[in-house]
Design a protein around this ligand. Structure first.
Ligand code: FES
Length: 576
């Protein structure tokens, strides 16, 4: 019986042979000190690094990349590290989200253009995980994500304080007059104590959890602290493992299946994860070609209790989560309750369930039993109605239960600038029962869809002790934020969505149990307002021009329309 010759690796198209091109490909690489046998057909692994001085959350990635490199070499591969755009949440203006799709293009084209057989994605700060995964998914090589891990717990005056979550709390306390500016400044250095991402269950840690839940990261990827030696050890194992995946030709699309996405949605509910995950997962699914809709989020997440008691929904922080057993405990509890596809594949080998047998909870306060959840119905509520025909989202675990069914008078801000100019006005006609409405902060309106949906409450109400109000916008909110906040209203105001038609004094009804968001204005009046509406001017040059013309609405993942789908690993046209 004749056996077919072994399939050639992708990198051999560059490195194998005696042509002028092969000479060029090898000779220049030899300038890096690589010996001849580096090009003998061994797996070539790209280490896609989002390190940057401008992204503090990813600042330890050079060390992490070295650990991956060690692992690749140990397994007989060749490791080649390359930089891609880094998106730091705290410094980038107007918002890092404006550049998520741009960074994904960078990642996609860098992977496809180079002689790589597999890739390890080093991702941490919020947008770096979806951006690298979206780019890699559009090429579909064997891929593993190594997340950067969270920074050490914050602590101020003996109390745990969480990234982001306490920034909002402290700034509202200053506005309410219950915290001095001096104390505020002192808290600053107590919050961010080490390398790593925000140590609350914000967007970065949510995405790291979903990476592990989808089987595209190794077990424990989500929760090991950034500076814990076990994070370096995991990176090294990922380096070894990616070489195996290349040898077995296990591609990203073999791992990211419909079941994997369903697992991620359920896990997002169980951890009280960020609303940003909705947009990112929809965009990633769009690249892999897995059908996923906003309604899947509601349907699959609805009955999942939130069992992880982490800020912003709960009390603890990511270090506590790891010491309590981390994500494997959550996965095991969901599996035992029939809420997880245990047969979904994993880059660690076998299926997800294979890696959960050893999972043990060491602190039931941090990771609660399913029977004693933090929130009975976690997940993300998807709202619809004449104010959001294509959907809007709300995170019940971060909201005030009494406000989940509420009708109030709209106080409207036409833009974030309008909001900033008037929110502090003592004459603003607002009380605690009102609904704050912020327009023109969606993907097109505030190019990039800024995290301003959890707009601060009017200072005069904060001083009266008001702690939450219903807020509605087409914006996003930070995963570290909290409140009864309706987000991602689609279509957005700048695209002519009904949000654009809301006026001061209109009544708005929110009913989360019924999944309803309704503007209580009759249709004839709304049609009159629609006829009078004019779209805002569009930017006429630069990347933003491309972005606003092609960005899809939030319910579709806010990817650029021409980036949907997988374009494969074939180089469109050979050079030389
Ligand atoms: Fe980077 Fe929060 S700011 S993870």
């Amino acid at each position: 019986m004749s056996s077919s010759p072994p399939k050639k690796r992708r990198s051999q198209a560059w490195f194998e042979g005696h042509s002028k091109d092969n000479f060029i490909h090898r000779s220049w690489m030899k300038s890096e000190g690589l010996p001849d046998d580096s090009f003998d057909g061994r797996p070539v692994i790209g280490i896609c690094n989002t390190w940057s001085d401008l992204t503090p959350c990813n600042h330890h990635f050079r060390d992490l990349a070295e650990r991956v490199r060690h692992g690749v070499l140990q397994a007989g591969g060749l490791a080649l590290e390359f930089p891609v755009s880094s998106l730091g949440e705290t410094l980038m203006r107007p918002t890092a989200m404006l550049f998520r799709n741009l960074a994904s293009m960078d990642v996609e084209e860098a992977i496809r253009a180079h002689p790589l057989d597999g890739v390890v994605l080093l991702a941490g700060c919020d947008k770096t995980t979806p951006a690298t995964l979206m780019g890699a998914a559009s090429v579909d090589l064997p891929t593993i994500v190594v997340s950067g891990g969270a920074m050490l717990n914050g602590r101020f005056r003996g109390q745990p304080i969480g990234s982001g979550t306490h920034v909002w709390k402290f700034s509202e306390a200053v506005a309410a007059g219950t915290m001095s500016e001096q104390e505020f400044m002192q808290a600053e250095r107590c919050m961010s104590r080490s390398s790593g991402v925000c140590m609350t269950m914000g967007t970065a840690s949510t995405m790291a959890c979903l990476v592990e839940a989808m089987g595209i990261g190794l077990p424990d990827n989500a929760a090991i602290p950034a500076v814990d030696a076990r994070r370096a050890e995991l990176a090294q194992r990922a380096g070894r493992r990616i070489v195996e995946l290349v040898r077995q030709d296990v591609r990203l699309s073999h791992i990211l299946t419909r079941e994997s996405f369903e697992n991620a949605i359920r896990v997002c509910g169980a951890i009280g994860g960020s609303t940003n995950a909705v947009i990112h997962l929809l965009a990633i699914a769009g690249r892999v070609g897995v059908p996923l809709t906003l309604d899947d989020w509601d349907r699959l997440g609805r009955d999942v209790p939130t069992i992880v008691d982490l800020m912003p929904s709960g009390r603890f922080l990511m270090e506590d989560f790891y010491y309590a057993g981390g994500l494997p405990v959550v996965l095991r509890r969901l599996l035992e309750a029939g809420l997880l596809h245990g047969q979904a594949p994993s880059v660690a080998g076998g299926v997800l369930a294979d890696h959960l047998a050893q999972a043990q909870c060491h602190d039931d306060q941090v990771i609660r039993p399913l029977a004693q959840p933090l929130v009975e119905q976690g997940g993300i509520a998807v709202l619809r109605g004449n104010l959001a025909p294509d959907g809007a989202v709300l995170k019940p675990s971060a909201a005030t239960p009494e406000l989940l069914r509420h009708t109030g008078r709209a106080v409207v801000f036409e833009s974030i600038e309008d909001y900033k100019a008037r929110i502090g006005d003592p004459e603003l006609d607002v009380d605690a029962s009102c609904v704050l409405v912020l327009k023109n902060c969606g993907p097109r309106g505030y190019p990039g869809m800024a995290e301003v949906g959890n707009m601060g409450l009017p200072p005069k109400l904060l001083r009266q002790g008001v702690t939450d109000m219903v807020r509605i916008s087409d914006a996003r909110m930070s995963g570290t934020a909290f409140g009864t906040v309706v987000l991602h209203t689609a279509p957005e105001a700048a695209a002519g969505g009904p949000l654009a038609l809301v006026r001061d004094g209109d009544l708005i009804e929110l009913d989360v149990a019924a999944r309803r968001l309704q503007l209580l204005v009759d249709d004839a009046e709304l049609q009159r307002r629609q006829a009078a509406w004019t779209p805002p001017p569009l930017p006429d040059s630069g990347y933003v021009r491309l972005y606003v013309r092609h960005v899809q609405q939030a319910n579709l993942g806010a990817d650029l329309d021409f980036l949907n789908g997988c374009r494969g690993d074939a180089v469109p046209r050979e050079s030389h």
